[in-house]
Ligand binder design. Structure first.
Ligand code: HEM
Length: 478
């Protein structure tokens, strides 16, 4: 039997299994009725989740409806429910369960030995508190990483790079610099293993959902030892942590002499570090790629306008101070990217009965009474508003009922300030030092790719990068 046939049969069997475990809610469901309608919709949701949301929106006029997917059923609610979810205290609607379910952390990250919801605490306290202290390291790594990634041969004036792939590697290296230092963030095999861990974990988690709980940990161990997982990065990370701890305590045992028990004890800490990478690498690289594709479609004059503001912000704030909050045009581009794409077509969480409840983002982020001409991507949408309203209301990291990129309520993304800082440094360095355009002078952003609820940047889309030489090139002096 061919592999494709086997996958198709398994998918249909799974969709049937999901139907049989699907609870009745009394709410209308997208698609035809009965088990066949359910199965067809669950299969269709893999590539057309957004279309199915649109279908539900048109059919039920913004009222709640059920959307089957290959990872269970979603109850999709309209904007009027945002306040209820925002004020939820995890008793009726539980966000940590949703994250643990989506990532299957009990089995993939052994979260039982790490305490509940460990990564949120780290991001909310240590990462946020360190804030601007990270800027010099992030900028230093950005300069070096981009000069390597965009290096030209002697006969080249520009280079064409696959944007999402390049961003994933740049973000992995740059975000790990303040966390793990230069030796690990520049260790290419280690970074590759971290990226592989973050990419495969999401896939494993979706597959594990199809199996009984008792089988999930052994299945994860089997899959990760065959296709890669946490063990590969931990092979480097755990001895590194061990040597850091030994240095700090004055005991200088070499990492090679450690007993397996000692190494095993550091696994929870290593998993916490990997879980921060899991949270940050794909969000920031997806997000940064969407933004760069749009920056590449601007006219040279518009890009120069953004560059000018970056230079002015820097010179006003002076050496060693953070000019990032003054880069309103860049900030506006990021917020517009969040409005237009979000990360996914819904913002979801779990109600304990086992249903995922999710807010439909389209009626919120494309509401013409809040965002005029919502179908138009306008890098300057929010900076224009900030010219007349002196307010942080329109800033990238400001969370409002009509801007749900980072979620809302008690579980709103705690890593958003770190993400904003890293993205602004990366984008401003890129703009000041390189000309970025689409191949063949194209002015249309390559079509985003929809994978279940995720809105990915086009995975094969390329940009042309050309160093700006002479007095044109400037850089931040932070
Ligand atoms: C552009 C980049 C990012 C986007 C768009 C993003 C988006 C989100 C969203 C939508 C949520 C769910 C919030 C909710 O359901 O209410 C979330 C949660 C979270 N994010 Fe981010 N994120 C980004 C970057 C980061 C980074 C860089 C870190 C870590 C340094 C991080 C750490 C977390 C953590 C720990 C949570 C769970 C919070 C909790 O459950 O209490 N995120 N993020």
């Amino acid at each position: 039997m061919q592999f494709e046939t086997l996958v198709a049969i398994s998918a249909v069997l799974l969709a049937f299994l999901l139907y049989s475990t699907h609870h009745r809610t009394g709410l209308p469901r997208v698609g035809k009725g009965g088990p066949l309608g359910f199965i067809l919709m669950a299969l269709k949701s893999i590539t057309s989740f957004t279309d199915l949301i649109d279908e539900g929106l048109n059919k039920y006029g913004g009222k709640a409806f059920v959307l089957p997917s290959m990872t269970g059923s979603f109850v999709l609610v309209g904007p009027e429910n945002v306040d209820i979810i925002k004020s939820s205290d995890d008793t009726a609607i539980n966000q940590p369960i949703s994250i643990n379910e989506n990532l299957q952390t009990m089995y993939t990250m052994n979260s039982r030995i790490q305490g509940p919801h460990f990564q949120a605490g780290v991001a909310r306290t240590d990462v946020t508190r360190a804030g601007y202290d990270f800027i010099p390291e992030v900028l230093d790594e950005t300069r070096l990483a981009m000069s390597e990634a965009f290096a030209l041969n002697a006969d080249q004036k520009s280079t064409s790079v696959p944007l999402f792939h390049t961003m994933t590697h740049l973000v992995a290296r740059i975000t790990n610099r303040p966390i793990l230092g230069t030796s690990l963030c520049r260790n290419k095999p280690f970074l590759q293993d971290v990226i592989q861990f973050t990419e495969t974990l999401v896939v494993y988690a979706q597959l594990l959902l199809w199996f009984p709980k008792i089988l999930r940990r052994p299945l994860y161990l089997l899959a990760s030892s065959t296709f890669g997982g946490h063990k590969e990065p931990n092979r480097v990370l755990i001895p590194y942590l061990k040597s850091l701890i030994a240095d700090r305590e004055g005991g200088l045992e070499s990492s090679a002499s450690e007993s397996p028990e000692e190494i095993a004890n550091l696994e929870p800490l290593a998993m916490r570090i990997l879980s921060i990478s899991l949270r940050s690498i794909h969000t920031s690289s997806m997000f940064g790629s969407h933004a760069i594709f749009h920056l590449a479609t601007l006219s040279e004059a518009e890009r120069d306008d953004i560059r000018q503001e970056i230079i002015e912000a820097e010179s006003e704030c002076g050496y060693n101070k953070a000019p990032l909050s003054k880069m309103r045009k860049l900030d506006s581009t990021l917020r517009e990217t969040g409005r237009f794409y979000s990360l996914a077509s819904v913002d979801g969480t779990v109600v304990p009965s086992g249903y995922s409840i999710a807010v439909q983002l389209k009626p919120i982020h494309f509401d013409a009474s809040v965002y005029p001409e919502p179908e138009k991507f306008d890098c300057f949408r929010f900076s224009k508003l900030r010219e007349t309203e002196e307010s942080v209301k329109h800033a990238f990291t400001t969370v409002e009922n009509d801007f749900l990129l980072f979620g809302l309520g008690r579980h709103v993304c705690p890593g958003r300030f770190f993400a904003s800082m890293v993205l602004k440094i990366m984008l401003s360095h890129l703009l000041l030092n390189y000309d970025v355009t689409l191949p063949d002078g194209a002015k249309e952003v390559p079509k985003p790719m929809l994978l279940s609820l995720l809105v990915m940047p086009n995975l094969t889309g390329r940009v042309i990068i050309k160093p700006r030489v002479g007095q044109a090139a400037q850089d931040l002096e932070l």
